[in-house]
Design a protein around this ligand. Structure first.
Ligand code: FMN
Length: 348
């Protein structure tokens, strides 16, 4: 039986409230970027004013290799957050992911909110979003195609969240047939398929299997940022599961390993999971990410300083990225990805 729409909206509201704070961060595990340093280039000849970040993503030219990650959709507060973030994405000409469209599978009351979103962000890539537990249940994919049409999505995201489903009292940790469903979905879609985690990371082996299914992009969404075990433990006051708070593989580890698969597969690698400052953003790109993405820090910036706060944050990170490229002798992001990082232990 489909889950009650009010329950889904209530859960989303609770998630948004908890994610406005840092209480839901990983406590001990980090994203691992602190283990790396940039290799200083004393003979740099880079013209900092000539660095151009524009790149192609989902068949559109974007101005920065950065995605406002999937968080909300739907009505009321969620809709408001989404529309404000869409105006940020539109102004900066960067992609935005919407939160799970699950409630719209069997319900049309939110359709207008997706249409509004597309109106607000006419020209940028918008990513639709659905959970793995939904795609294994759906027998025919017309319903997913409808979700894509609603927002005129440029790419469809399937989020993998086994830990979250496991810890939610109302969760659905049933993923039998997942890879086959991903393969079938990929071959029904007319737009690129992106697979992401939500904070536990994706391993080399899992990524390889996903790429063999034909997926177009992988967003590692690794550990070190928002702990979705943490969110569910706090939401349900479920101290028994505290042992899972730190579950997952650090973002830097996932990017570094999945990057090796670029030799054999053509895909976009998205680095996310605890990218909360300019240096981590730059290190994710230097380790091999084609684009980076952030979720909770964006929500917090919107909450604290409005749309201008989010715009300033993203611009500021990319100004710092230019400085780092100057100091590492990188004319392009392609240059930055070539041997510009060193593990700190090698420095001493
Ligand atoms: C409030 C909130 C709601 C989220 N909802 C979704 C969602 O509906 N679908 C999804 O794929 N990921 C969702 N995420 C996960 C993020 O997209 C991201 O993968 C994860 O939070 C790790 O990134 P971070 O450390 O920058 O927060 C949500 C994150 C936040 C903070």
């Amino acid at each position: 039986m489909p889950e009650d729409k009010n329950l889904i909206l209530k859960r989303k509201k609770e998630h948004l409230e908890l994610c406005k704070t840092d209480e839901v961060s990983f406590k001990n595990k980090t994203n691992g970027f602190e283990n790396y340093d940039f290799i200083h280039c004393a003979i740099t000849e880079v013209d900092i004013n000539n660095i151009d970040f524009s790149t192609s993503f989902l068949n559109k030219i974007i101005s920065y290799p950065f995605i406002i990650s999937c968080m909300t959709g739907g009505t009321n507060e969620s809709e408001n957050i989404n529309l404000r973030l869409a105006s940020v994405a539109s102004e900066l000409n960067i992609p935005i992911g919407i939160g799970s469209q699950r409630h719209s599978i069997n319900n049309s009351s939110n359709n207008h909110s997706f249409q509004e979103l597309r109106k607000k962000a006419k020209n940028i890539p918008i990513l639709g979003n659905i959970g793995a537990s939904q795609i294994v249940k759906i027998k025919e994919f017309n319903k997913i195609l409808k979700l894509i049409d609603l927002v005129e999505a440029d790419g469809m995201v399937v989020h993998l969240n086994p830990l979250q489903e496991l810890l939610q009292p109302e969760g659905e940790p049933y993923f039998k047939g997942l890879l086959k469903s991903i393969y079938n979905l990929k071959h029904r879609l007319q737009i690129p398929l992106i697979i992401k985690e939500v904070g536990s990371g994706i391993s080399f082996d899992s990524a390889k299997k996903l790429l063999e299914c034909g997926v177009d992009a992988i967003d590692v969404a690794g550990a070190g940022g928002t702990s979705w075990a943490g969110v569910e433990i706090l939401r349900n006051n479920n101290k028994k599961e505290l042992q899972f708070w730190e579950w997952g593989m650090p973002t830097s580890y996932c990017i570094r390993n999945i990057n090796f698969l670029k030799k054999d597969f053509n895909f976009s690698l998205i680095g996310s999971g605890g990218i909360n400052n300019a240096f981590d953003n730059a290190k994710a790109l230097a380790l091999g990410a084609d684009l980076t993405a952030s979720a909770r820090i964006i929500l917090q910036a919107l909450n604290e300083s409005g749309t201008s706060g989010v715009i300033n944050l993203i611009k500021d990170w990319h100004n710092t990225l230019k400085k780092i490229m100057f100091l590492t002798g990188s004319n392009t992001l392609q240059d930055l990805r070539h041997d510009k990082l060193i593990r700190k232990e090698e420095l001493y």
